[in-house]
Design a protein around this ligand. Structure first.
Ligand SMILES: NC(=O)c1ccc[n+]([C@@H]2O[C@H](COP(=O)([O-])OP(=O)(O)OC[C@H]3O[C@@H](n4cnc5c(N)ncnc54)[C@H](O)[C@@H]3O)[C@@H](O)[C@H]2O)c1
Length: 279
């Protein structure tokens, strides 16, 4: 195969959960640009309408949307059954997550400061539910379809999105220097669930040994999203490249992992973090 044909996803069908997120939408865009039909799944109905309208202008009916809470087993089952009616499912990207952001609201206050000693168990439980149980449900329902593909030999690519904070503890110093009246801490549930995603990837990849179902993780570093200059500088200084990522710098990685270009890759973690975890 030529390198172009290895990356070509024409005629393939892909699912992106959390498809309305900052990175989720660029993952969808990348797969559309590579030729795939993309099913955007999100819990946020309004954002789904907005993003699908924008993407449809370029990609027409190759973009489909599904309102789905990935933590609800029956809803996930129905959603995957509807998608499977359109044909084979070639790729699943588990991108939906609870990711407490360092982005204060209008009053400069955070919804939750992330302080460990007062951290709400409901926040902890919600993160585990979305980031791990939702990933489990989506993967289980999709893999059942993938198992039957290629005459029962199994075929498909599953990509779970982790984070640098799944590999290292959050560097709480980068959240210190801020104009906000409150001190923000990146909460512990984020690192815990993102580390869990990496274990999940290895376990499911190992389960599908000697099949055509590949399971990998993508570990992105922080993407710039209008953060204040103090945070941007503090974050950037922790990377080798000296900057945050632009969201579209993950497009090539997601197409690589979903396509035949990564046909000999499973149980792996692709780290694209500007060198954050190398230091
Ligand atoms: N943005 C970054 O800088 C960054 C860095 C490292 C890792 N990541 C990881 O990359 C992935 C994508 O990040 P992002 O920036 O797009 O996140 P985001 O917070 O912008 O978007 C998350 C999306 O998930 C959806 N969602 C939340 N709960 C859901 C549920 N129960 N069912 C369905 N959808 C639900 C939200 O509505 C939202 O659209 C996440 O897993 C995140 O942890 C992001």
């Amino acid at each position: 195969m030529t390198v172009n044909s290895q990356f070509d996803m024409t005629g393939r069908q892909a699912i992106v959960t959390g498809g309305c997120g900052l990175l989720g939408v660029t993952f969808a865009e990348a797969l559309l640009e590579a030729g795939a039909t993309v099913h955007l799944i999100d819990i946020d109905e309004q954002a789904l309408t907005t993003h699908s309208a924008q993407l449809a202008q370029t990609f027409g009916d190759r973009i489909q949307t599904h309102i789905c809470d990935i933590t609800d087993e029956d809803t996930v089952k129905r959603c995957i059954a509807v998608i499977a009616q359109n044909g084979a499912i070639d790729a699943l990207i588990n991108s939906a997550a609870v990711d407490p952001k360092f982005e204060p609201g209008e009053n400069g206050e955070y919804r939750d400061t992330g302080r460990f000693s007062t951290y709400g168990v409901e926040n902890w439980r919600r993160s585990l539910e979305v980031n791990l149980t939702g990933t489990f449900l989506m993967t289980r329902e999709t893999s059942r379809i993938m198992e039957d593909q290629d005459d029962g030999k199994g075929r498909g690519s599953i990509v779970c999105i982790s984070s640098t904070y799944g590999l290292t503890g959050p560097d709480q110093r980068i959240y210190e220097n801020t104009d906000s009246p409150e001190r923000f801490f990146k909460p512990v549930d984020y690192s815990t669930t993102k580390a869990g995603v990496l274990g999940f990837v290895r376990a499911v990849a190992a389960y599908y040994r000697e099949t055509g179902i590949r399971v990998n993780a993508l570990t992105p570093g922080g993407a710039y999203n209008g953060h204040d200059s103090a945070f941007t500088e503090a974050y950037s200084s922790r990377t080798i490249l000296g900057r945050m990522a632009a969201p579209d710098e993950y497009k090539g990685s997601i197409v690589f992992l979903c396509s035949d270009a990564a046909s000999y890759m499973t149980g792996a973690n692709l780290i694209v973090d500007g060198g954050w975890t190398a230091l």
